[in-house]
Design a protein around this ligand. Structure first.
Ligand code: ZN
Ligand code: ZN
Length: 512
């Protein structure tokens, strides 16, 4: 059974409306790692719907958090350190704020992944008093909450801790305010210098009062999470394993939800995170790939496929190895269409990853990268002809067109040098030919003779080896000769596949 089906079964036993909550911190650029939360949540939504359960699928932008670290390349935002993220301006100037800029992009990209949660802004939830009842309870029962939190802390919180971070009325920062007392709805505070992960935030010294009914502030994360569950009646929460470690926020929020707010906590769906090119994904370090970046180079279904595999395994997205991810997806496609035996529910994962009605493609991504560079104007009829010579006949033309565009973009940005080539002109080819031995030239002429025989890529590959044996020229020498006269380099795409992707007349003339 797929993990989403196990979760769905558990949820259905809980009965009633199922509310899946996902969320993303907007204190940096929302990236693929953030998206895995909501994309994975969507799989559970799909399975619940298949089973006729009532489902609500929500996403909350954590935009009331303090701006803690400056994303790489945005030094101009330095003065906003410690402000609520919601109050930072758009560095590109095209939206009202930083949050609007990134949330708009994130949600519209998610739509292309077929994922459309109801979206909320944490700031707006506070300002519209959605959490007021919860906040009042928290302030009234703060002694008990302190006790709960202290069970998980090495350095205990003082008994009179006030769980409300006001926004300073004078300077607008949220990281620098320290609550000093509470009287009814009013929390008094002082604005003072504070150390946060991205540096020191200067306090303005202001002493003021924050009326919780105005919602200009926020609850600490572990408490906010519980208040949100109660407010939205959340029954299912996907979360990264950093929240689920021993003493992690999920476990404390759970107790607060149950014991203080009287809401049965949601069923957690704990997942491992993604890394990018072997490193932690981080906007402050500039190691980021957004959903939009992904959509420039690959189909959304391929990323969904790798997110829907086993949850408890850390996965790396290596941009130079995108073809390997696509090959794995294509294998699952064969399993889904009954063309190959599968294991581990690959066909089901493929099905859950679909954005539209599934259509077969089965033209390898690397071949598409080659075709994108050898057919002028990406003429689809010409491409179809060349694919036919390699034995590809039954596929969705629309998907083909799209994959060729994506694979071409990928090879330009991240592809290995041998996949980035340009066919050399006659003059350069003449020079290359002069460097070949007589035997090598003879081999090329023999290969040219094979090109009318409709051998397919595998057949031609075999013939090249036979010709190499017959002529006493090592295969490595044959391949080098092929690449030298075509692209003027020692290496290139797999030879047989490459030759058959080119205009047949052109190759024949060149080899002769
Ligand atoms: Zn903008
Ligand atoms: Zn201040």
């Amino acid at each position: 059974m797929h993990w989403s089906e196990t979760v769905a079964r558990e949820l259905i036993e809980r009965k009633g409306l199922q509310v899946i909550e996902t969320g993303t911190s907007i204190s940096g650029i929302p990236h693929i790692g953030n998206a895995s939360d909501v994309i994975r949540g969507d799989a559970i939504r799909k399975v619940l719907l298949e089973r006729n359960a009532d489902v609500d699928f929500i996403w909350v932008a954590d935009d009331s958090d303090p701006f803690r670290k400056i994303p790489k390349g945005m030094a101009g935002l330095g003065e906003y350190l410690g402000f609520p993220v919601k109050d930072i301006p758009d560095p590109d100037g095209c939206h009202e704020s930083f949050v609007d800029h990134y949330v708009d992009g994130f949600l519209s990209n998610l739509k292309e992944f077929g994922v459309e949660p109801k979206s909320y802004s944490a700031t707006e939830l506070y300002r519209s008093n959605a959490f007021q009842e919860g906040i009042e309870t928290v302030l009234k029962r703060s002694g008990e909450i302190t006790e709960i939190l202290n069970k998980f802390r090495e350095e205990p919180l003082p008994e009179d801790t006030v769980f409300w971070s006001p926004i300073c009325e004078n300077c607008g920062r949220i990281a620098s305010t320290k609550p000093t007392g509470v009287d009814g709805f009013m929390v008094s505070y002082v604005c003072q210098d504070t150390e946060i992960s991205g540096g020191r935030v200067k306090g303005c010294g202001f002493e003021g009062e924050s009326d919780i009914r105005e919602g200009r502030g926020k609850l600490p994360w572990r408490i906010e999470w519980a208040v949100r569950w109660k407010h939205f009646r959340v029954t299912c929460e996907p979360l990264g394993k950093e929240h689920a470690s021993a003493g992690g926020s999920f476990w404390t929020s759970r107790i607060i939800s149950k014991e203080i707010l009287g809401w049965e906590p949601p069923i957690p769906v704990i997942y491992e995170f993604f890394t990018l090119n072997g490193e932690k994904i981080s906007s402050s370090k500039g190691n980021v790939i957004t959903l939009g970046n992904w959509l420039d180079i690959c189909e959304p279904e391929v990323l969904k496929y790798s997110m829907y595999k086993r949850l408890k395994k850390q996965r790396d997205i290596k941009l130079s190895s995108i073809p390997a991810l696509v090959d794995e997806y294509d294998r699952a496609e064969r399993v889904f269409f009954g063309l190959e035996e599968g294991g581990d529910g690959e066909g089901r994962i493929y099905e859950l990853s679909q954005v539209k009605k599934p259509e077969k493609l089965q033209v390898p991504y690397t071949l598409c990268a080659v075709l994108s560079q050898v057919v002028s104007d990406l003429n689809l009829d010409e491409i179809t002809k060349r694919l036919e010579r390699q034995g590809y006949r039954d596929y969705s033309r629309e998907r083909l067109r799209n994959r060729i565009k994506l694979a071409g973009e990928w090879s330009r940005r991240y592809g290995p040098s041998y996949l980035n080539f340009r066919l050399i002109d006659e003059e350069k080819a003449e020079e290359a030919k002069e460097q070949l031995t007589a035997d090598e030239r003879a081999v090329l002429r023999k290969i040219a003779d094979e090109l009318d025989k409709d051998l397919g890529a595998e057949g031609l590959h075999k013939r090249i080896y036979e010709i190499s044996r017959e002529s006493g020229v090592k295969p490595s020498g044959v391949f080098r000769a092929v690449y030298h006269v075509l692209v003027g380099k020692d290496r290139g795409p797999k030879a047989a596949l490459f030759i058959l992707s080119l205009d047949p007349l052109f190759v024949k003339n060149r080899f002769k």
